[in-house]
Design a protein around this ligand. Structure first.
Ligand code: GTP
Ligand code: MG
Length: 297
């Protein structure tokens, strides 16, 4: 199948429920602990084992159905902790054995052309994109990080296990960038998202230590409108502020509420911390199932 049509197939399924005809290829028995904290669907998860249609409608609304999963088959231990992601039959081979920096591109058309699947890290400047890449690959300085926003300026491709890419992108919403640089950012990155046929999913990073930001909601809505697959990755979940500031889980819930209005089906979301390693293995497992599905279709 041609890459472009393969990609469309993937995208069109992504925002709807996966069709009955997809047969599991890699039988997977999840070794996942019970999902401890997530009250956002805690009340509904009790009903997932029931075969009632209202339970499966609820599951469809709140959970991310991985490829090959039917709502009526979901059990609580198939949901990744700290996320709404159901693990399905395509999950596996999530280990990172090697990673190498391949190239920096300043135009989407200069990106690698070898048709390997890729995941792009997107988010506000300073949200923790480069730190998350380092946490995923367990190396300190694969992607350069900084306390000052605006560190990453180009499209950087990192090749993992010689078979797929993680892409580090410049952050958006960097107030100190010149007007010209900000305009450039949007045409340059929008061009990348709209034309990159090998893009499996955008990982849209959202800082969970602050309340929902309009710029993140606008970005999520733009991606949704353009049918670009998205996973919300909440960062800095280790940051517990004192006083009246809201905790990460409250900020995440507020963000979900705002997003829910614009999506028929809840996109996948997951809590992470590059400091404590929270969500690392779970995110890699999620990426494996999207990648394996992409590779197999
Ligand atoms: N507490 C905490 N701090 C984090 C976490 N992730 C990143 N940081 C800090 O946030 C700052 C920005 O991190 P980067 O990874 O450089 O952010 P970025 O999104 O790549 O930023 P740009 O390249 O400017 O777009 C650094 O000081 C990191 O140490 C996290 O999970 N927890
Ligand atoms: Mg960066």
């Amino acid at each position: 199948m041609q890459i472009a049509s393969k990609c469309r197939l993937f995208h069109s399924h992504f925002f709807s429920i996966f069709p009955q005809s997809i047969k599991p290829r890699n039988p997977f028995s999840p070794k996942i602990q019970k999902n401890p904290q997530f009250s956002i669907y805690a009340s509904s998860s009790r009903t997932f084992n029931s075969s009632s249609s209202s339970a499966s409608i609820l599951a469809r609304k709140v959970l991310f159905m991985a490829p090959g999963v039917e709502p009526e088959d979901i059990k609580e231990d198939m949901i990744l902790p700290g996320s709404n992601i159901v693990v399905g039959p395509y999950a596996g081979d999530a280990k990172i054995k090697e990673v190498e920096f391949v190239k920096s591109s300043n135009k989407p058309k200069d990106c690698p052309k070898d048709e390997r699947p890729e995941f792009a890290m997107l988010g506000r400047s300073n949200v923790g994109k480069s730190s998350l890449i380092n946490a995923l690959v367990k190396k300190k300085e694969v992607a350069l990080t900084s306390k000052k926003p605006g560190k990453t300026q180009l499209i950087n491709h990192f090749l993992v296990n010689k078979s797929w890419y993680i892409v580090d992108l410049p952050g958006y919403g960097f107030a100190n960038a010149s007007e010209a640089a900000r305009m450039d950012w949007s045409s340059f990155t929008k061009g990348y998202f709209l034309n990159r046929d090998t893009l499996v999913s955008v990982l849209l990073l959202i800082d969970a230590s602050v309340p929902p930001q309009k710029i993140d909601l606008d970005c999520a809505n733009w991606l949704g409108r353009n049918k670009i697959p998205i996973t919300f990755v909440f960062t800095k979940c280790d940051k517990m502020k004192g006083g009246k500031a809201k905790r990460p889980d409250q900020n995440i819930r507020d963000f979900q509420e705002l997003i829910r209005q614009n999506y028929n089906h809840q996109p996948p979301w997951i809590m992470t911390s590059s400091v404590s390693g929270l969500g690392r293995d779970e995110l890699l497992l999620h990426m494996s199932q999207l990648r394996n599905y992409w590779n197999n279709e």
